[in-house]
Ligand binder design. Structure first.
Ligand SMILES: [Zn+2]
Length: 337
């Protein structure tokens, strides 16, 4: 995969290039979810590591450094994300290696592992080393404090790039160590034009469904159409929905996606019931209108709160299907037959 550049970040890139004389040891990219902040961070990382960047400051894409980078094997680059939780450092024998666990946090062990990386020097002459942390709000108290020590005395050739959609969740002391860069979101027009270039049909539907995020819209349009449609079709059944069959279908899709879809559906159902505009399901307006004639409004409001609560525990692995059956049964009872 080559670097991902988005037109709505072009001016930010230019400004950053112009200010390059003041080398930043830590950069914090902040902005709306789903607009390409991590891609920007990686484009920047590849460019800083590149041996022959072009005039605009972008990576050449074919030097040794670029080929390492594109093969995800650059020795001077580290990406810290919650998914990459490392096995216990003392437990190095492959046979006893614990499975890599998916976590919602960046652990202190991950930050400590970075210390070894920081002690080395760059593999390229006069080169830099880059650490990308995404999402930076996944740092917990302990790992944030460990990182803070590194940010206070970073080796001269190391640059940290922190990426977050929730800067308010970061420690103020971390924030103050970083040069902050507000990443702009695209206008609706820019987003639609970009989606068109990606071959997305019904771009306006997908952009609305994704709450304005062009990247999520493209992902869903390319890979999620059937899932999104299945959920909407089932929910449109109202009192005729079979909670047990649907819970099975939905749990195969995944709790996170289903709960988000359900929240969006309830949001739109409430909007239609109150004669307000549909926000996400612009192609299901007729179905929502039919449902709104049968729905008990106060029950709908109570159910919405309940789903919000359930959403907060959606990563809980136990009894997903049971939880869905329960929710869908209640959902079907919101409507008169
Ligand atoms: Zn290059």
């Amino acid at each position: 995969m080559t670097d991902q550049r988005y037109p709505w970040h072009a001016s930010t890139w230019q400004r950053l290039q112009q200010s390059r004389q003041r080398r930043h040891h830590a950069l914090l990219l902040r902005g709306k979810q789903g607009i390409g902040k991590l891609d920007f961070a990686n484009t920047l990382a590849q460019a800083l590591l590149c041996q022959t960047p072009d005039q605009a400051g972008y990576a050449c894409g074919h030097c040794v450094s670029c080929s390492w980078f594109l093969q995800h094997s650059h020795p001077d680059y580290r990406l810290l994300t919650p998914e990459q939780e490392l096995p216990d450092a003392t437990d190095s024998a492959p046979a006893t290696k614990k499975p890599v666990r998916k976590s919602s946090q960046i652990s202190v062990a991950q930050i400590r592992e970075l210390a070894g990386f920081l002690e080395l020097s760059s593999h390229q002459q006069d080169g830099v080393r880059i650490v990308v942390i995404h999402p930076a709000d996944a740092l917990n108290q302990t790992s944030a404090n460990a990182l803070l020590k590194m940010l206070e005395e970073p080796p001269g050739d190391v640059m940290f790039i922190l990426v977050t959609s929730h800067p308010q969740r970061l420690l103020p002391t971390i924030m103050s160590r970083c040069q902050q860069l507000e990443m702009p979101a695209p206008s609706e027009q820019e987003a639609l034009a970009w989606l068109g270039q990606q071959g997305v049909e019904q771009g306006d539907y997908w952009l609305a469904y994704s709450g304005g995020s062009p990247l999520n819209a493209a992902d869903l349009a390319h890979a999620g159409n059937e899932r999104v449609q299945l959920i909407a079709t089932r929910l449109a059944q109202g009192h005729r929905l079979d909670p047990f069959t649907s819970a099975g279908e939905f749990s195969a899709i995944g709790m996170e996606e289903v709960m988000t879809a359900l929240q969006k559906w309830l949001y739109d159902l409430l909007a239609v019931s109150l004669n307000a505009a549909v926000r996400y399901h612009v192609r299901d307006i007729a179905a929502l209108q039919a449902l709104s004639k049968r729905v008990d409004l106060s029950m709908l409001l109570a159910f919405q709160r309940q789903v919000d609560d359930a959403r907060r525990s959606a990563n809980h692995p136990l009894n997903n299907e049971l939880q869905l059956e329960h929710l869908l049964l209640q959902y079907s009872k919101l409507f008169s037959s």
